[in-house]
Each structure stands twice: as C-alpha cells, then as structure tokens.
Design a protein around this ligand. Structure first.
Ligand code: IPM
Ligand code: MG
Length: 371
C-alpha cells in the first residue's frame, strides 16, 4: 500500500532518533512491499531559528495532507531559561495538536520482563504492570486563556473543559478498556476542581454504555502514589491534559527508561506519533539517545494505517534488541550501542525474512550479523 508520512524531527535528539524510525519504516516497506513517501519539515526551536515561527504554515500544510505524522522532540534550553521569551518551541507542538484536532494522546506503559532490573522501583511491585494512559490533549489548562497583569505581579492560566471534549476522549478510552482487562480509572482532582467534577459526571454517564468495563476514580495525588506502589492495578487510565502529562512521565519509571515510551496522538482526521520524552539537548548529536520510544511510536503509526503485522514485526525487533541488550547507554551501561547501531540492528531484524537467529557474539564484535 502507499502512504505519505510527514517527518518532523524537531529539536535536540529529535533528528537522530527519528532517523532510526525512518530507517525501520523503510525496512518495513521493503519487506512487506509498501510504498512510504517521507517528507520532512521543520518544527520547534529549529523552525524559530530558520523561519521565526515554531510551526511554519508549510509544516502544518504538510501534516494536514499526510496520512500520518512522525514527530521527534521539541524544546531548547535557551527558551527554558528565558521565561520572558515571547515565542517558544513548545508552542509549535501545542498549535500542531490543536490544528490537527489531536484530542487523545495514547501512552502505553509496560514493565518489560528483560528490563525489570533497570527500574529503580522494586521488581515485585512492577512485574506484570501493563497499562495504557489516555490523556486529553487539546483542552484544559494548556489551552485556556493566559495572562499576566500589567505590573507583572500576577498571572493566570484558565482551565476549561466542555462535556464534548471529555466525551470524545472518554469513548476512546472505554473502547480500549473493552479490548483489554475491562478496567478504567479516571484520574482527576474532583475534591477541588470544578472541571474535574465535570469529568466525573460525564464519565459516570458514559460508563453506562460500557457495562463490561469497571470504572474507578482516583484523585491525581493518590494516583501518583499508586503508580509507584502498585501499578498492576491499572489497565486504562483516563485523564485530563496536565495530569496526563505528569503521570505518564512518572509511569515511564516502571518501564525502566523514559527512552522507551511511545505515544500516539489521534483525532478524527489526523494522527501524530511521538515519543513521550523531551528533546534531551545535553545528548544531542552524541549518538547516545535511545531510539526505541520513537521506533515504537512508528509501530503505533503502522497500527494506525491498518498494518498490524508490520507493527508487530517492529515490536518483535524491539523486544529482541532489549533481550539481547542491543541498547543505548540508558539501559546498557557497560557495553552500550550507539543510537544508529540500535537502529541498524532493528532494521536488520526486520529485513531478516528467514527469521534467522541473531548471533550475539558477532553483535558484540561490532557487526549486526544475522546468521
Ligand atoms: C509531552 C511534552 C509536551 C507537553 C511539551 C513539550 C509541550 O511534555 O508531550 O508530554 O507538555 O505536552
Ligand atoms: Mg510531557
């Protein structure tokens, strides 16, 4: 089949990790006889530097006409350390989410068997954890009216939600729960926030349409604690924009590295796939960034295009790399592989139609040989 994929590498480690995903997708196209057309565009700090705009019109147009968007990372310390900057790289991503109508951000979190020892959390607490976070992505405090008083002595960010905004993401989360363990946890702060009370009311109502799904409710502070104490209790988590941002970074500790967590941002017409991690500017250009979160995001992209076997093949390659410790330094401290070498390995596993066994010895000698 033929698909057009927009590639937005962005800032920091974005370009080097995205390059590995494109390599992997090209291997998938070759093996399964598809035609993927990749077109690159700027976003974030690089786009500000070049064009003065974190989301240039040409980038937005490209995304709109593509079948899917592969996104790298966004952010640059020169803006982080300058609170008075008027234009910021993150605005590019936020506007892109809004313009493309990407109202649901889907973040799967799993304790990989081969990486249990990597997590600072106790093995017995995280073993078997397997959840999926549905984060509302185009509403709430991220997008409410913002202001700073003239004298600079006060500031405000408004948090608003409508029933419709809650319903559309809630339906996706309930449907996902039906295909999993039939449990949905709404994370909110309904003891304090009016918007959270609207979430509870709306979700309670929608729950009647999904009688198989057991719903429970947790305040976000308690949820943050439960995530560390007993993450196995979670199946599908549904939450608003900012709580979802925070608890998904927290949840990544279960997986052993934030460099492993992929995400899909979907709407009615468009879809964008990006790692949950940031631009990690300290590592940019050094070849040490973990490409797996981006590659697994590419697997979600394949799923979205209806290419299930292809997506599974990519996941299988990633599992093998984790099992054989063909990993970057965040995971493999003693004998690590570069970003590019991990990408090469994944590419060769995907291209290995004969399903040969990977020879670990040859790998450690520096050849991604498949025998
Ligand atoms: C994320 C990121 C973004 C967010 C930033 C870069 C704006 O942290 O995708 O989780 O807060 O949504
Ligand atoms: Mg985040």
């Amino acid at each position: 089949m033929k698909f057009n994929i927009a590639v937005l590498p962005g800032d920091g480690i974005g370009p080097e990790i995205t390059q590995q995903s494109v390599k992997v997708l090209k291997a998938v196209a070759d093996r399964f006889d598809h035609e993927f057309n990749f077109e690159e565009a700027e976003v974030g700090a690089v786009a500000i530097d070049k064009l003065g705009d974190p989301l240039p019109e040409t980038t937005l147009e490209l995304c709109k006409k593509s079948d899917a968007v592969l996104f790298g990372a966004i952010g640059d310390p020169k803006y982080d350390n300058d609170p008075s900057a008027k234009v910021r790289p993150e605005q590019g991503l936020l506007r892109l989410r809004k313009e493309l109508g990407l109202f649901a951000n889907i973040r799967p979190v799993k304790a990989h068997e081969s990486l249990l020892h990597q997590s600072p959390l106790k093995r017995e607490n995280i073993e078997g954890a397997d959840m999926i976070i549905f984060r509302e992505l185009t509403g709430g405090i991220y997008f409410g009216e913002k202001s700073t008083s003239e004298d600079g002595q006060s500031a405000s960010d408004l948090c608003t939600y409508s029933v419709e905004e809650i319903e559309r993401v809630a339906h996706l989360a309930f449907k996902a729960a039906e295909t999993r363990r039939n449990k949905l946890t709404l994370v909110d702060k309904a003891n304090v926030l009016e918007t959270s009370r609207l979430w509870r009311k709306t979700v309670t109502k929608i729950a009647k349409e999904y009688p198989e799904v057991a719903v429970d409710y947790l305040f976000v502070d308690n949820a943050a604690m439960q995530m560390i104490l007993n993450p196995r209790q979670f199946d599908v988590i549904l939450t608003e924009n900012m709580f979802g941002d925070i608890i998904s970074d927290e949840a990544s500790v279960i997986g052993g590295s934030i460099g492993l967590l992929e995400s899909a941002s979907v709407g009615n017409e468009n879809a964008l796939f990006e790692p949950i991690h940031g631009s990690y500017p300290q590592a940019a250009g050094q070849g040490i960034a973990n490409p797996v979160a981006s590659v697994l995001s590419a697997a979600m992209l394949l799923d979205h295009l209806g290419l299930k076997t292809e997506a599974e093949t990519v996941r299988m390659a990633v599992d093998l790399s984790l099992k054989l410790n063909v990993c970057t330094i965040d995971i493999n401290k003693d004998n690590h592989y570069s970003t590019e070498r991990v990408g090469d390995f994944l590419e060769s596993v995907i291209s290995d139609t004969e399903n040969h066994i990977v020879n670990k010895e040859n790998l450690s000698l520096g050849q991604t040989t498949i025998i």
